[in-house]
Design a binder for this molecule. Structure first.
Ligand code: GMT
Length: 384
């Protein structure tokens, strides 16, 4: 198949999933064309069957804003035509599903099926804005197939948008050959010289991640036992984290590592992953941590309970229940046998979300959409 993929190129789970999916499809012999505004952060070095088409727009003095999304739509149409693509798979309703719809209009007679994968923020955050809500609705309604990364996200999308076609659930995945605790490296000694337990939080530090809760949980655990906190990533609440760490006199035991592309070796250093999010449609970082044998202490937000089994691969508490989350972390860290059991169970659980299996699911979906497209899309044709 010849597949076009559009996604956000910056750090974030949706870009990671879209890129890993594209790479896996290319390894299976498909021709994969990334149509993007920047090089996807996990793309890595040259790989056979992968093409990147970057959209660049100039800022014209007379226009107040750059016509980026229109250029992206035009680029999609151009790549579809030039490479005779079989389908477009876009990640996020806005702008990508809307751009794909525009591209279809530009293509006129050449029909191209569009699959949209919802990752969360468009539905759970951006859709609160009534104007954007209409744009997201258009993206969903005009896609031939819509998938979502958890049941929780499907439920929220159904409630808000009542789409005519059922949304397909396709969970995110992890490559167990890359995410594996076997990575153990010399850093641990450097970061925790007295073999203190390491707690980790990894995110884009948006408000929905509840970074102040991360610090508060760590503060309570730290008051009970010597331990370290590793913060990976950056974003709007990074400053808040710095200030809290200083105010609570935790500087010596908290390390800010900043943005990192290759996270498997880092996750393998951790004893606990903290994910107390307010919203989380899936929680890819939880799955990646679990594959590295790291139990998760988190909230019950969104799709997290579909990934982390409470009481087996981690503990989940109501959003904001710092007391419960810190007690759970202490329980696991004080009982090594229990931690070992949770670590093993986390790895076993993560194997159920293995890359190869989920990529086959996407392949099947693509084949079905292409075949239906040739005979006229059924449910989806009602949309167009
Ligand atoms: O979590 C973020 O802020 C990044 C965001 C993204 O768009 O990359 O992540 C969303 O998609 C991921 C991949 O499907 C999910 O694992 C995350 O749970 C989801 N984030 C939210 O729902 C807040």
């Amino acid at each position: 198949m010849r597949i076009g993929i559009s996604c956000y190129a910056t750090l974030g789970g949706s870009g990671a999933v879209a890129t890993e999916l594209g790479k896996a499809l290319a390894r299976r012999g498909h021709e994969v064309h990334f149509i993007v505004s920047g090089i996807p952060f996990r793309l890595g070095l040259f790989q056979e069957n992968i093409y990147v088409h970057e959209v660049e727009t100039e800022n014209y003095p007379v226009l107040q804003t750059s016509p980026h999304d229109l250029a992206l739509a035009a680029k999609m149409a151009e790549v579809v035509k030039h490479y005779d693509l079989d389908l477009l798979h876009v990640h996020y309703a806005i702008p990508y599903a809307v751009c794909a719809f525009l591209a279809k209009q530009m293509l006129g007679d050449k029909s191209i099926p569009v699959i949209t994968t919802l990752h969360g923020t468009d539905v759970t955050v951006l859709a609160q804005d009534p104007l954007l809500q209409d744009a997201i609705r258009l993206g969903i309604e005009k896609s031939d197939v819509v998938t979502a990364v958890s049941q929780s996200l499907i439920d929220q999308t159904n409630e808000l948008f009542k789409p005519r076609c059922p949304i397909v659930k396709l969970y995110n995945f992890v490559d167990p050959t890359v995410y594996d605790r076997a990575y153990e490296n010399g850093w641990r000694k450097h970061l925790a010289p007295n073999n203190e337990p390491i707690l980790m939080h990894m995110s884009n530090f948006r408000a929905v991640k509840r970074v102040p809760d991360v610090i508060a949980i760590f503060q309570k655990v730290h008051a009970t036992m010597p331990c370290k906190l590793l913060l990976v990533g950056e974003g709007p609440d990074l400053d808040v984290a710095w200030k809290l760490v200083e105010r609570h006199n935790l500087k010596r035991d908290v390390v800010f590592l900043g943005k990192r592309d290759e996270v498997a070796p880092l996750l393998s250093l951790a004893d606990i992953l903290l994910l107390p999010s307010e919203k989380e449609s899936f929680g890819l970082v939880a799955l990646e941590a679990m594959a590295c044998g790291v139990p998760v202490i988190g909230s019950t937000a969104g799709g997290i309970p579909e990934v982390v089994e409470h009481g087996r691969s981690g503990f989940l508490s109501p959003i904001g229940d710092i007391e419960d989350m810190s007690n759970n972390a202490i329980t696991l860290l004080q009982d090594h046998a229990k931690w070992e059991t949770f670590s093993r169970q986390a790895r076993e659980r993560a194997k159920l979300f293995s890359l190869e299996e989920k990529v086959s699911d996407y392949e099947q979906l693509y084949e079905m959409v292409i075949a239906k497209g040739k005979g006229g899309l059924s449910c989806a044709s009602g949309h167009a």
